[in-house]
Design a protein around this ligand. Sequence first.
Ligand SMILES: [Zn+2]
Length: 102
Amino acid sequence: MPSEPFGLKELIPLLEQDVVRTLGVRYRAIIHDAAANVEMMGGVARCEKLVEDLQQYFQDNLGDTSWPACPRHPSHALSYRDGAWWCDRDAVPIAAVGDLSA
Ligand SMILES: [Zn+2]
């Protein structure tokens, strides 16, 4: 299994679905801004970097330190890995990216 099955192009519309469903449509544009930044920087693990940048943005602008919230432990954020959202505490995948519950 490749370590990064998605490129940014595949990831962006799925991330949009998750952001719109959980935070609202007004935050859709920030995904494209963040993705443009990540693309300019180049390097590996760009999908992970994009998600981290978004999480940082929501923390800075919404005071939301746990987006996306883990359904098992609501006090921490899920981590993005390999096209899925993971609970690091239990080391289990919670949902495919794009398939997050509201
Ligand atoms: Zn958890």
